[in-house]
Write a protein that binds this ligand. Structure first.
Ligand code: ATP
Ligand code: MG
Length: 322
């Protein structure tokens, strides 16, 4: 069942990042909703050929419960110079979107906000899914993700957690400088220092991501989008002690230990994917809380819908005031 671009109808924008734009799209023949990501690329033969090679790697990855489904990639050279990637639509969005929705409710003073938006069981399920997806990519295809962060971990209302956006090197899409701008950097110290990149780099990123989900803030502090600001952040990652979960929270010893094992600056001492998959935090998280997690996903879906409506109302009101 291959999908053809002419069978797609665009429904609306889901979001955009540094590299491209993601649209909600209807595949007319089977009335299925999919996500369509468009990435502008330079019209240079070398870049194009490399991209096509990389996209074919993605095409070969067999479906897995923790990898966002891939329905094909296109290179539309004739008119627009963009690559189009078709993938499974995840109706609860990405973790960054879930975080920002939560913040919006807090700001509105909503009385019905669960105090603990990312409970320990939710974090354990998310961590397991990320580790399991990463391990599948590496064991089966020797693919290292390299871009684990909240916006690349997606959730749906059935209770699935999947990773996306692996395989296509950023350096082909943007210049190196561009890829740093506008994002916090989840890059590990060894990567910044130019050492060989292994799956342990993704483990570092996972650790940072968990801290961010708990605190609501990127753990290594802000930076300005100037070359100096970015350089400063990179230097802090290399020179300062690794981030930790804040003290005084209600999380278990296992979870604190898990995060500490991810956030080890020396890659040789950092735990591997396989070690972490056997960690008590993960093992415990897998053995319980399935219903609670599915319930959480459903609630997220409801919140996203409400947020969208409220935003619309807020916009209308703002227009009237003008
Ligand atoms: P970057 O460009 O640095 O990777 P990003 O991951 O935020 O940043 P995109 O990958 O273009 O940028 O994604 C934009 C947004 O679209 C994401 O933040 C996510 O919320 C949403 N999104 C991406 N893919 C899907 C999908 N398959 N289903 C649902 N939402 C998606
Ligand atoms: Mg992304």
């Amino acid at each position: 069942s291959t999908i053809e671009l002419q069978d797609l109808v665009q429904l609306g924008k889901i979001g955009s990042g540094n590299s491209g734009t993601v649209l909600k799209t209807l595949h007319v023949p089977d009335s299925r909703i999919i996500a369509k990501k468009s990435i502008p690329v330079e019209n240079k033969p070398m870049v194009k050929n490399q991209l096509i090679r990389e996209l074919s790697i993605m095409q070969n990855v067999k479906p897995h419960e923790n990898i966002v489904g891939f329905f094909g990639a296109f290179y539309t050279a004739s008119t627009t110079n963009e690559i189009v990637i078709l993938m499974e639509y995840m109706d609860c969005g990405s973790l960054d979107k879930i975080m920002s929705t939560h913040k919006a409710f807090v700001k509105r003073g909503d009385p019905d906000i669960p105090e603990n938006w990312f409970s320990e069981i939710v974090l354990a399920k998310i961590s397991y899914a990320v580790l399991n997806g990463l391990s599948y990519l590496y064991r089966g295809y020797k693919i290292i993700h390299r871009d684990i962060k909240p916006s690349n971990v997606l959730i749906n209302s059935k209770g699935c957690v999947k990773i996306c956006d692996f395989g296509v090197s950023k350096k082909l899409i943007n210049s190196i400088a561009d890829t740093f701008v506008g994002t916090s950097t989840y890059m590990s110290p060894e990567r910044i220092q130019g050492s060989v990149y292994t799956t342990k780099g993704d483990v570092w990123s996972l650790g940072l991501m968990i801290i961010e989900l708990v605190t609501g803030e990127f753990p290594l502090g802000g930076h300005s989008d100037t070359p100096e600001g970015i350089l400063d952040l990179l230097q802090r990652i290399v020179n300062e002690p690794p981030p930790k979960l804040p003290h005084g929270l209600q999380y278990s010893r296992e979870m604190v230990d898990f995060v500490n094992r991810c956030c080890v600056k020396d890659e040789r001492e950092r735990s591997s994917l396989q070690e972490l998959l056997c960690h008590d935090f993960i093992v415990k998280g897998r053995s319980q809380g399935d219903r609670e997690f599915r319930h959480w996903c459903k609630r997220i879906k409801k919140r996203l819908k409400e947020d969208k409506m409220l935003k619309r109302e807020e916009n209308e009101r703002a227009k009237l005031v003008k």
